[in-house]
Design a binder for this molecule. Sequence first.
Ligand code: HEC
Ligand code: HEC
Length: 305
Amino acid sequence: MKKLFGFSINLAAFVAITSMLVGCEPSDFREGVVMAGGKYVPAHTLNKGKQIYQEYCMACHGVNGDGNGVAAKGLEVPPRNFTLGIIKFGDVISGELPHDEAIYKTLEHGLNGTAMLPWDLKKDQMEAVWQYIKTFAPDTWIGKDKQLGKQFDSSTFKDPYTVARRKQAIETGRKVYHVEAACQACHMGYVSLGEFDQMSRELTGDGVEELDETFFQLKTQVSEHGYGVRPPDFTYHKLRSVRGNNVEDIYLRLLAGVGGTTMPAWSETIEEDYKIWALAYYVQSLMEYRKSPKKRAEFFSNLKK
Ligand code: HEC
Ligand code: HEC
């Protein structure tokens, strides 16, 4: 009886040790963590997330989450380096910590024009993998003292124009774009010298005699991601966080900006909400040239006459 008892203890120890060696790797999570915003994530969720990450994401984002995976070489837009803890397309003022829903939207739709494709993951899989990714940047994400930013919630958006007044929105947006916000400081201009002069006089009282030589060029920007980022030409490039040509998605991006880049959160600078909507409609109207290279070429040649 005694001997048998001794044996059963040894057996239990044996099972425990082999399952440690075979079943789990030494770096598996044994305890849950509290993430920014006070969310408790149990160890089994993190372990499940790690598995999903290794299967689907590691090839680009790297074993350690630093963006240097085997498939990352030669990509025009590098995979995100998660160890920096910076997200580009959040649902908060850029620089603040985004809510999980913003990331799930990115996982569901991908980031257009980059190697980050849409993923057909279930909600609990998205949840697990994103919580695991947070552990690559513990200083940013782990700890109950850390706050998420104030969320821009699209269910509360109130479009003052809607399709009925689209033309007026575009006309206003065009002026805000070129004169008030000077988006062409990084992006490019989409009006002729004559039009620019006229709208400047109307809005500021001062005219313009000549255009900057870079007026029709994109200006590559430094970023906190470790590489230079190119602002899009709306008549040509796909917008990463915009589904189709969805005006609300453009509006959200203008409110929030792009984290770790020079693209500002315009809700911090432009007080009147209708102007941000107007800008969104204007950007959307420029995106229509993507459909026809011929119309796009004509549009630019007319501007430069
Ligand atoms: C084929 C390469 C590739 C794979 C595989 C991949 N990604 Fe990405 N991912 C990218 C690239 C490239 C970017 C950066 C796009 C940009 O900067 O606009 C990115 C960006 C991201 C971002 C940052 C979004 C933001 O707003 O900053 C997250 C989160 C992300 N990926 C999660 C994942 C997850 C989760 C998986 C696995 C399910 C995955 N990725 C698989 C290439 C990849
Ligand atoms: C100081 C530089 C700067 C200014 C000024 C600026 N942007 Fe940007 N913008 C950028 C950069 C850089 C990106 C690309 C970020 C990236 O994808 O990595 C960008 C991206 C965007 C995007 C694409 C988002 C996506 O999902 O891909 C939109 C839309 C946009 N800007 C609109 C505007 C508008 C409208 C204005 C003026 C109201 C403006 N920007 C002014 C730098 C700027």
